[in-house]
Design a protein around this ligand. Sequence first.
Ligand SMILES: C[S@@+](CC[C@H](N)C(=O)[O-])C[C@H]1O[C@@H](n2cnc3c(N)ncnc32)[C@H](O)[C@@H]1O
Length: 265
Amino acid sequence: MKKNIDKYGLCIEEYFENKNNAQVYYKRAIGKSPEMEVSKSMAKIVNQIIKKDYEVLDVGCATGHFYRSLKKKIKRNFFYTGCDPYEIFLKLGRKAWYKDKNVNFVKGNIFNLPFKSKSFNIVYSSNVLLHLPEISRPLKELLRVAKQTLILRTVVYDVSYKIQLVHNNKWFKPTKVKPKDEFDKNGNPRSFAYFNIHSFDYLKALLKKLSPKSKIKFLKDDNFSRINISKSSKKEKRPLATKIIGNEQFSGAIMQPHYFVIITK
Ligand SMILES: C[S@@+](CC[C@H](N)C(=O)[O-])C[C@H]1O[C@@H](n2cnc3c(N)ncnc32)[C@H](O)[C@@H]1O
């Protein structure tokens, strides 16, 4: 079977040809689907700290759908750069925002960002860290390119979990792996996505090690509309679209206590 893991340990099939995901994000970028609850919350946080002509970087931007919420909420002039390794998203991002002179998309990987140190006043990365095999190099990179503030939106709990969602071609179109081949002879998944959970302790210790003078704040992402989330989950028909049980967000069987982690340098 063809090797489908990249040099950073990510399964290429997750995004490379994921047309369904790309369309979902594109519709949000052009306003055909509603803004995500998380992008509205991110825009609120950014709005509290942004100054005129600030440079904002969105790492793992997909089609730049968060820009729609930023633009709506923020009344000052600012410049947005979206960075993602996958052309399937970037080309739709460029198509969605081609008229907007303050928007720029750059191909790049969170493990090795193609930007000079302190290039952006505000850097954020939403729903990316949980899907990575390890986060210490990505955090080092994000902190390197951020001048004042880094905002992470990811899943945090009292203890860490390393979780792999295993694909098969019955429900996940981008893979050729049949249900009978989900695991290799060593029990490892052939096609997968990480859905990791990081502990408060690990994140705090890692961030303190990488940026000792920074202030770190954890903000629970619970400022969402249940109705909007369940509407879009029905509309998008993605098996793992976010659903709410009790007061918590779930993806499939996994509870996802999402937080905004705000790091001020
Ligand atoms: C779950 S989506 C999140 C998209 C958007 N940030 C949001 O919150 O809706 C994960 C995004 O991270 C991107 N991504 C995956 N691996 C990455 C990497 N190594 N470096 C940068 N971005 C990556 C994917 O292409 C995708 O756009």
